[in-house]
Design a protein around this ligand. Sequence first.
Ligand code: THU
Length: 130
Amino acid sequence: MSRDLFEAARAAMAFAHAPYSRFPVGAAIRAEDGRIYTGANIENISYPQGWCAEPTAISQMIMGGAKKIVEMAVIAEKLPLCPPCGGCRQKIAEFATAATPIYLCDETGVKQTVALSDLLPHSFKTDLLG
Ligand code: THU
């Protein structure tokens, strides 16, 4: 992975709206168009209505016209490694493959690289897309 993806995730974290958890998270996706799409967690006073950094980045990617996550970086200010939560794993899987690398980062860089299939083995799939 080139360092720009990590740096984009770290920079995205500064945009977190996390006044309730005080737990900022940043995510960055390199998509098939070569562009980087970023996201941060956005919380809500009605707590369950908030959402994670990963779906913010996915939304940016989709609205930017891309459809495939080539690689993704995730970082949290207050955790040495922040593996995506269960719901995020399913959301990532919609636009990635089993082999898609997910980089778990701290503030200095990538600490661990995992494949999506490591995070979400035996994932739910159907043939609805043909
Ligand atoms: N959070 C993320 O943004 N991504 C994850 O994968 C795990 C959790 C956010 C949700 C909430 O705003 C805060 O971290 C504390 O749970």
